[in-house]
Design a protein around this ligand. Structure first.
Ligand code: TRP
Length: 431
């Protein structure tokens, strides 16, 4: 069980490619380090449902899932200490996706970057805006929100490009909580600016889509060959070289200690030959990767063992997701008819978990309002107003925490059953 102060981190890895040095430096290495922090729970999962959005090659998805799983474990992830699972092993995730779909505005999804980029591209090309856009791409942010909200994650370590998705997840959680009570934790993106963005062979960000990657666990001879292909300028051996803008130097820095980086900086200034600098880089990378390679190969060569680890992870994750999904089903009204059917008014007041104002008219012809607590009991009653509009305006101001309005009603709440509770109610409604 997790204590109330536990901070939960969660991140997913889409299973469409082969892990490369950029993934290692930007995601795997920092995540493995972070997973060892005390007072945290860490959820890492293989986002294979997300992979289906981009990839219709079954063999590639299977292969990628195997490689990525082996890679994270080889890099030191302790599957017993963290929650390490495959998204498609958790049936509650697509189930939650539907509940969230029903509280998400279509207009919100229209504005999601990935979908919008496709629409803009189509429009620019004079095509139908939704040409070749699947509903899967459109729903991407909802599936991602289900991943996050299912495990009540607080912090989501992601790259800049994913921040909008986390904000959408937060909005969905808020909408759901507002309608059905406080079930979800509101997640936050955690963008680590100190993590290096690794350049690829051509100097642009290392990315599969630029075809400029160095695979993490390629045989050493292949890595050496690829490093030889990193772009440099044409300065000859003996000529001083610039570290500024040098992809080779930046990659080196991502693996080296500050002292090692200083040594290469000095060598640049002294005119090291590019061939020699590449040899430094190869040796430095190999020193970090070689010990993991053996474990990677052992795991990748034993898919049954990997499958066992993932099944164990799924079991751990489902111990959380299954009871939580039962709670959510109940909250929205997907219920066993044999127990407590037809809940009444009280539930309606309690589910929003906030006090409410109720307006009404009395026999004197004036308009009044009452403040009710979450159980529907009266906390305070107003004096009479000539019109419902006046009463309504004052309520709106109170909800916003307007000081003048609060002063105006102070006389009423001091005579209320429990003045402290009234003030507390105003404070809750104001945030
Ligand atoms: N969309 C993420 C990416 O492409 C992968 C992902 C899926 C994810 N579900 C997630 C990341 C939940 C964080 C949390 O990188």
């Amino acid at each position: 069980m997790s204590s109330p102060s536990t901070v939960r981190f969660l991140t997913g890895i889409t299973t469409t490619g082969t892990p490369h040095l950029g993934n290692y430096v930007g995601a795997i290495r920092p995540a493995v380090q972070a997973s060892r922090r005390a007072g945290t729970e860490n959820f890492y999962f293989l986002a294979d449902y997300h992979a289906l959005i981009k990839c219709d090659e079954p063999a590639r998805i299977q292969r990628s899932t195997l490689e990525i799983a082996a890679c994270w474990l080889a890099a030191g992830l302790d599957a017993d200490k963290v929650f390490f699972y495959r998204q498609s092993d958790i049936p509650e995730i697509p189930e939650l996706t539907w509940l969230l779909t029903c509280v998400t505005g279509k207009g919100v999804l229209n504005r999601a970057h990935a979908y919008k980029a496709s629409v803009d591209k189509n429009t620019a090309a004079g095509n139908d805006p939704d040409a070749d856009v699947t509903a899967g791409l459109f729903m991407y942010p909802v599936l991602m929100a289900a991943d996050i909200l299912m495990f009540k994650a607080h912090k989501i370590p992601v790259g800049r490009d994913q921040v909008q998705h986390i904000e959408m997840a937060r909005d969905m959680a808020q909408s759901f909580n507002h309608l059905y009570g406080e079930h979800f934790v509101l997640p936050e993106a955690a963008v680590d600016e100190s993590v290096a963005m690794l350049p690829g062979l051509d100097g642009r960000k290392m990315s599969k889509s630029y075809d400029n990657i160095i695979p993490l666990f390629a045989p050493p001879a292949q890595i050496r060959k690829q490093i030889a292909g990193i772009v440099t300028d044409s300065r000859a051996p003996g000529e001083p070289k610039e570290v500024e803008g040098s992809a080779l130097f930046q990659i080196y820095q991502a693996f080296a200690s500050p002292q090692e980086s200083d040594a290469l900086r000095k060598a640049y200034a002294e005119g090291i030959a590019w061939g020699d600098a590449k040899q430094w880089l190869f040796e430095r990378i190999d020193r970090e990767i070689a010990p993991m390679r053996e474990r990677y190969e052992a795991l990748a060569g034993n898919p049954a063992e990997l499958e066992k680890i993932l099944q164990h992870g799924a079991e751990k994750a489902r111990a959380r997701s299954a009871p939580f999904m039962a709670e959510l089903r109940h909250a929205v009204g997907l219920r066993n008819l044999g127990t407590g059917a037809g809940a009444g008014k009280k539930e309606k007041a309690a589910r929003a978990a906030l006090p409410v104002f109720k307006q009404y008219r009395e026999a004197d012809g004036k308009f009044y309002f009452r403040l009710l607590d979450v159980d529907g009991a009266e906390l305070m009653q107003s004096a009479g107003f000539e019109s419902p509009k006046e009463a309504g305006q004052l309520i709106a101001q109170l909800k916003q925490g307007d000081t003048a309005a609060l002063k105006q009603v102070a006389a009423w709440w001091r005579s209320a059953r429990n003045p402290a509770e009234v003030m507390q109610a105003f404070a809750e409604m104001g945030n």
